[in-house]
Design a protein around this ligand. Sequence first.
Ligand code: FES
Ligand SMILES: [Fe+2]
Length: 425
Amino acid sequence: MTSSTTRFDKAYPELGTGRIPVEPYISEQYFERERRYLFPNVWLHVGRVEELAESGAFFVKDLDVPNVSLLLTRDAAGTVFAFHNVCSHRCNRVVRERAGVAKRFSCGFHGWVYGLDGALVGVPDEDQFFDFKRTEHALTPVACETWEGFIFVCLAEQPIESLSSFLGDHFRALEGYPFGRLQACFSWNTEVRCNWKLAQDAFQETYHVPYVHQHSIADALAVNDNPSMHPIACRLSGYHRKVSVAGNPKTVYGNPKAVNDPEMKSYNNPDKPIGSAALRAGIGGSKERFDIEALPAGMNPSNHPDWAFDINGIFPDFYLSLRPNYYQAYNFRPISVDRTRFEGRVYYPKMETAGGRFYQEYMKCMLRDVLLEDWSNLEILQQAIASGAKDEMVFQDNEILLRHSFHEIDNYINARMSETPPVAN
Ligand code: FES
Ligand SMILES: [Fe+2]
């Protein structure tokens, strides 16, 4: 039964309002299905083009699921490539450094040499091999495409669809955001003892903020007439999802100094309002100034005056939270059914003043504390859910992104399983 006060169940009735099984969060068998049918087939975010800023730049990205080490390179023509980081001779790991700049890559086992485009360009003692053609022994390529500077790979031999088709209209509405003018200011890479979906779910709803984050960020977001932090707006499109989150206007609008600050005032555009938490986000401190009117239509799509930020959920494991002048790019990488690698980066304009740099240091510590609040809760949550005391969870209307995520993952796995012929005994 639906409630008269709920909104998103009526906008997306196909998702239903039923309970959600706990099995996907604790079952080894379900994890095996994700490992086999989900992660090898979808486009996965692995980094940004700024990490490959010059010819010869490279970095290595290891993914526990599926179990691969990838080599990302840029050649002199500017083309970005992805390869399996595995030698064609006897399958050694070719590149051991995490990142750098090189003209070519030499395998440390017997000295085979590869170009930036993966071609095999050198083989010691070559005439001792049989019927040997270098062109048959390049590094194994991996499908690699970019969107707005984000690099995605797909490990399937033949991707089911292009990256553009996979991302769809949802992300076209975000094109034009000044991603390339922001820099990775700080990052985290850590292991959390919980299922990757459990971790991601905690970043797809704000219902928990007044409780888990009551001593950190709750006052910046929770407001008197919206104590449970109902999202302003929600949009589900295909695999992907978004909510817009309100800030607490009193954190800036109740502060006459902030409201009268000319830098703040310049952002008080009634046609494209940005809210308090967005204004708190340190627009001072950098010479970078972004024209709020020019921000893409996909941000604050409901033009709500108290808008703080949007959470974009990119299927299956990528969280992209966009604010007027900084953004968070988080990945929740599965390791095992109850282990997750969290890879998070936060991007800001280049801060040129002492105040701006102080602000970034403050944000680094504050966001770290917020993450620690989430991790400590999630690790206990994983233990509790794994006890088997409950077979199901109950999602309310404002947890619709979790419901959508559950259905999309389940549907995707079932679709791939139905395409795969059964293994003959
Ligand atoms: S395994 Fe790489 S050169 Fe032999
Ligand atoms: Fe949280």
